[in-house]
Design a protein. Structure first.
Length: 585
């Protein structure tokens, strides 16, 4: 029997904090910032030099999400995600940016025009939205990628306030709108999404996070009620005081989706404000579980029962609240094995006047909040959104990045010492269970201020290092390139026999005496989607041993592979291709 980390008193305290009418704004922990810890004697931080090259790369589209100066409704504040994926199969990862659009005088969405940028190589991009037949949708929020029809081509979902959008990749650089295949709730507000094969039947199912039951006609205007005031400033109402939501699971049956939320144990009471969907095998049993970062309510952890159902175990697992038993305003979420123990840990961003949260995976579906112990409790001024585990110096230890930005554009003129645009935060993994705040010395892209939302990572130029793309509210996106010298690395691309990306595969890399793990996943970050190739830093190691546990549960060892290569592995035939990384000038 696995240990229970939550006492009855903690559960009772948590229930007492669930959303009630009249509560103000978003939940915060009230935790005081801890002093920053210096590096241990003899340990030196790496050189990291992130530069924003978006403008020279051709990424110029301005994000549109409500009014840039004043928001009447919370739907204007939550912002947008992005997807990094190779839509045209040319070996270069492309960029898709979601927009929300604006509201008319009756608070109806005018239609969201999104942006697809084709990767030309050498970190140069050209917009191909019209050529690719990307439609205008309802009020856009997040996005995720997966090959739902098993034709070997990645398809795209756009999560909206209003009907969601399913775009099938035709294979000729265009998409066909297949949204009619998705069960649609009337004017439902969907934020994050992720594809996964939860029942291991060989096709990809779709999980959707919903934020709240939003109707402008029933929503008070700024300042009208207590939950519409923040630090004395009239602001858009919510989420507390507005009706919560549940989550959805759509089962894929040969390309047609059926809502199985209730039968599968996903349809909780409508008490939650769901944002980012994070998938991962958190108990190492070979079946994909689902974590949902929730705003101002307990976050959710759906434990896969291996029989087509899930058990929601967020509170009992220790991953729903912080270590004080308090709800937080969860936005973004990422999974990674930060301490090298072979288990996926969870990092979550939260509202300001709080810290982010690092949940260490203790095994058997139990987690502990180690935020303060890991040195991550030093900032409470940031309002965090997109989050990622990534190895910025490629030393084999996963670092943590999150981007920030306020929800209320009105704060800049309010005289309350708050800023809409905020700098980003980068924590370097020391390799001893603790992190060091490297933000101030990680390059100008990190210290620049924007009100950011979604981020995703991918090797956009196939040189073995990860780039970072960030959505900035009412501005063009950021594209970060690390110009510092780095250690060796490896990109692993698992493919199923039908050519589909092996979403859910567990990749294990043995580097010397260390064992590194990660998974192929759809979604995550903050309502965004990143590279379906798995990236590993290898330090100075020239070789490593590669093994893959495939989505059907089978495991195979592929022997030694050389560092500084992109390795494509097919489940039925083994290593299909190794391509040396391109050396950048």
């Amino acid at each position: 029997m696995r240990p229970i980390l939550c006492s009855l008193a903690l559960i009772t305290a948590a229930i007492s904090l669930w959303p009630q009418g009249g509560m103000t704004g978003s939940a915060t922990s009230g935790r005081a910032a801890q002093p920053a810890r210096p590096l241990p004697k003899g340990k030196v931080a790496p050189r990291v030099d992130f530069r924003d090259v978006a403008s020279v790369a051709g990424l110029t589209a301005i994000n549109v999400s409500g009014d840039p100066k004043h928001n009447d409704y919370i739907v204007e504040t939550t912002g947008n995600g992005l997807a990094l994926f190779d839509y045209d199969g040319d070996g270069l990862v492309d960029i898709f940016l979601v927009n929300a659009g604006q509201l008319d005088k009756q608070a109806a969405p005018r239609g969201a025009k999104h942006h697809l940028y084709r990767n030309l190589g050498g970190l140069k991009f050209t917009e191909v939205t019209a050529q690719a037949q990307i439609p205008t949708t309802s009020f856009g929020q997040g996005t995720c990628v997966g090959d739902y029809d098993n034709d070997g081509r990645p398809d795209l979902v756009i999560a909206n306030w209003g009907p969601n959008t399913l775009l099938r990749n035709r294979g000729d650089s265009t998409f066909a709108d297949q949204s009619s295949k998705l069960p649609q709730g009337k004017n439902r507000w969907t934020t994050g999404c992720a594809f996964l094969d939860y029942d291991r039947d060989g096709d990809l199912d779709l999980f959707l996070a919903h934020y709240l039951d939003f109707n402008p006609a029933n929503t008070p205007k700024p300042g009208a009620k207590s939950q519409c005031v923040w630090k004395g400033l009239p602001v858009a109402c919510g989420p507390r005081g507005l009706p919560g939501e549940s989550m959805s699971l759509l089962r894929n049956d040969n390309g047609k989706f059926t809502d199985v939320s209730k039968a599968a144990g996903i349809a909780t009471p409508k008490n939650y404000y769901g944002f980012t969907v994070l998938t991962g095998d958190f108990d190492n049993d070979g079946w994909t579980d689902i974590y949902v970062a929730c705003d101002s309510t307990a976050s959710l952890l759906f434990h896969n029962q291996k029989d087509g159902t899930f058990a929601e175990e967020g509170i009992v697992s220790g991953a729903a609240l912080n270590e004080d038993g308090r709800e937080q305003a969860g936005m973004g979420a990422a999974a990674g094995d930060y301490d090298g123990d072979g288990r996926l840990d969870i990092f979550k961003t939260n509202f300001s006047d709080d810290t982010p949260t690092l949940y260490r995976n203790l095994g058997e579906m139990t987690f502990a909040d180690v935020t303060v112990r890991a040195g991550l409790g030093i900032h409470t001024k940031f309002l965090g959104w997109g989050a990622a585990f990534l190895d910025v110096d490629q030393d084999g230890w996963k670092d943590i990045l999150h981007v920030n930005g306020h929800v209320y554009p009105e704060v800049d003129a309010a005289g309350i010492k708050e800023q809409f645009a905020q700098e980003r935060t980068l924590y370097w993994n020391r390799g001893d269970g603790e992190f060091y705040d490297l933000s101030a010395q990680a390059g100008p892209a990190v210290t620049e201020r924007h009100s950011s939302r979604g981020l995703a990572t991918a090797d956009l130029d196939n040189d073995g290092t990860l780039e970072v793309v960030v959505v900035n509210m009412h501005q063009a996106p950021s594209l970060w390139k690390n110009l510092a010298p780095l250690g060796n690395s490896l990109l692993v691309e698992p493919k199923l026999p039908n050519g589909r990306d092996a979403i859910g595969a567990r990749v294990t890399l043995t580097v010397g005496t260390r064992v590194l793990i990660d998974e192929v996943r759809s979604g995550g970050f903050h309502i965004s989607h990143g590279d379906l190739r798995v990236h590993f830093g290898m330090g100075s190691a020239a070789k490593a041993r590669l093994a893959i546990r495939w989505p059907d549960g089978s495991v195979k060892d592929y022997g030694e592979v050389e560092a500084n290569h992109w390795v494509t592995v097919k489940q039925d035939t083994g290593i299909a291709r190794t391509q040396a990384f391109k050396k950048q000038k």
